[in-house]
Design a protein around this ligand. Sequence first.
Ligand code: FMN
Length: 205
Amino acid sequence: MSENIYDVMTARQSVKKYVKDHQISEQELEEILTLAAKAPSSWNLQHWRYLVITSQEMKEKILPIAYNQQQVVESSATVVLLGDLEANKTGKVLYGEALKQGFLTQELHDTLLQQIDWSYSNPEIAKSEAVLNASLSGMQLMLAAKAKGYDTCPMGGFDKEAIVKELNIPDRYIPVMLITIGKQAEPARPTGRLPLDQLVIKETF
Ligand SMILES: Cc1cc2nc3c(=O)[nH]c(=O)nc-3n(C[C@H](O)[C@H](O)[C@H](O)COP(=O)(O)O)c2cc1C
């Protein structure tokens, strides 16, 4: 376990075998989620919500929805990372407060809210913003968990409609990914990375 950012980023892998029955404390979860919520977001609208599942009963319910990927039931916690499709509503609260406290002029307040509402009048933008910004928090969650001695696996392999139904997720939120958190029982499968010279384009194509 390390809190050095370079070590954490190097060591993080998608771990799928966890020590069964290891309980993560409320405090550990809170610390990890507090760090996850420090992610940047468009207009600081903080599109992420964390639906946290720790009970075995609920994990068993999620298992078939996650196409029987066992890491769900063996995890200490499975987080359903949600994206806010109506994050413009948060803008009204945040910027209203900033105006009250004198951090914003009325003119800047009005301009920002106009920009935000204009963007959110397009459902495609609202959706891509929800997924994009929530994902940044998901990455931060995984690194925070690693720094605190836990491993994670991000999962896109689950039935989105079924999870909405099972967990009564309101229309306002879209499930972005599942993230399992647990104590590693078996190392992750090694994965390679494309060489940098295939990834980096200098100046222009
Ligand atoms: C958006 C996303 C969806 C993923 N979905 C799954 C999944 O459903 N099941 C799974 O076992 N791993 C899943 N993974 C993990 C990837 O397979 C893994 O990140 C990749 O192979 C690189 O390995 P590493 O994370 O260990 O470096 C997902 C990763 C991401 C980013």
